[in-house]
Design a protein around this ligand. Structure first.
Ligand code: SOE
Length: 359
């Protein structure tokens, strides 16, 4: 295959991360566009790529465009890229609500392009092993789910960026930003869906930088899975000391598993008689987990490796391959549907059936 030409929309942390991952996957990053000509010039200089005039221009020259703009611009940017018939990777949350995300998923399908969402935590080899372990029936009947995703970068009342503004960030902040990763991983590893939920959200600081805050810093969610298993999900961006602590534990009638994103090279397997921690050199590792384990055990893999693996698989699908587990726009729309349910439940204190689309 010819070297893939990648375009980047957005010059922030995620734009830099996508650029590194695209290069690691062997692509040529041909251009970047950001929110103003000045920011585009700065991003272009930093990334060492050409400054593009617009998303449309970028979509004409690139084979795949990665959208890392504020959430409120995702839908517009995705539509522009799809109109050019170009493959697309769009950051999460895919859209501002489930209906818009579903529309984008349908548009992408009609355009016949690859449309992926970077739920990158699926790409840690041991998270993939957790998925295989559950899929092989080792847990027995699922009984409980315990998930949390904790950060602290919003702890100071001075902290904030475009995510605090509902027009740019969306009506859900912490849950939309990182709860979306958590629910994707829960459903991917468990192999079943959240059927109903009840949520409570909290705002730590009613004002940030002198401006009123409308979106949550934290959320606590009780979930009921399709199988009837019950669980809790805690999401916070004001949890002092926690930087990127995504943890997941699933417990079944036969055994349990636990994965911790900050110790991604390990997987805890719990049994009533004995428990153990396995590493990436475990003989029982599934073929798919082994595929993602690209350096020998003892040479730690982490966030950037998971990101690179996601991009590598996206480009493999563009090239005609079909690796397992690539999160696409349908998965992005699913996360948006759960975010909508969390907001609806938090607003009126009721249980919400996730499939019923809250208006
Ligand atoms: C900030 O909360 C952030 O960069 C998220 O936007 C990413 O999706 C997550 O992977 C790390 O934290």
């Amino acid at each position: 295959m010819n070297v893939l030409r990648t375009g980047i929309v957005g010059g922030g942390f995620m734009g830099r991360t996508h650029t590194g991952a695209a290069r690691a996957a062997g692509a040529e990053v041909v251009g970047v566009v950001s929110s103003s000509p000045e920011r585009t010039a700065d991003a272009a200089a930093e990334l060492g790529v050409a400054a593009a005039d617009s998303v449309a221009a970028l979509a004409e020259t690139a084979d795949v465009v990665h959208i890392c703009s504020p959430n409120g611009l995702h839908a517009e940017h995705v539509r522009t890229v799809l109109e050019a018939g170009t493959h697309v990777v769009c950051e999460k949350p895919l859209a501002l609500d489930g209906a818009e995300a579903q529309e984008l998923a349908e548009l992408a399908q009609r355009a016949g392009v690859v449309a992926a969402v970077p739920f990158i935590y699926r790409f840690h080899p041991m998270a993939r092993q957790a998925h295989s372990y559950a899929a092989d029936g080792n847990l027995g009947r699922l009984l409980t789910v315990r998930g949390s995703y904790l950060q602290d970068w919003m702890l100071s009342p001075e902290a904030g960026n475009w995510r605090v503004d509902p027009e740019s960030g969306g009506r859900s902040r912490a849950f939309g930003d990182i709860g979306s990763h958590l629910v994707d991983l829960v459903e991917f590893v468990a192999g079943e869906r959240v059927r109903r939920l009840s949520a409570k959200t909290a705002i730590a600081h009613p004002e940030r930088g002198g401006r009123e805050v409308f979106t949550e810093d934290a959320a606590a969610v009780i979930v009921e899975m399709d199988s009837g298993a019950v669980g809790t999900l805690t999401v916070s961006q004001v949890n002092a000391g926690r930087k990127n602590a995504l943890t997941l534990e699933l417990a079944g009638t036969e055994s349990s598993l636990a994965f911790d994103q900050e110790h991604p090279d390990e997987l805890w397997l719990g049994g009533a008689e004995s428990s153990r921690v396995i590493a990436r050199d475990a003989t029982e590792l599934s073929a798919d987990a082994q595929r993602l384990s690209t350096v020998p055990a003892g040479h730690p893999m982490g966030y950037l490796d998971a990101f690179a693996a996601f991009v590598r698989d996206t480009y493999a699908v563009i090239g005609g391959a079909s690796p397992e587990g690539l999160p696409d726009f349908t998965d992005g729309a699913r996360a948006n549907q759960i975010i909508d349910a969390v907001l609806a439940s938090a607003a009126d204190g009721t249980w919400i059936d996730v499939e019923r689309r809250p208006s």
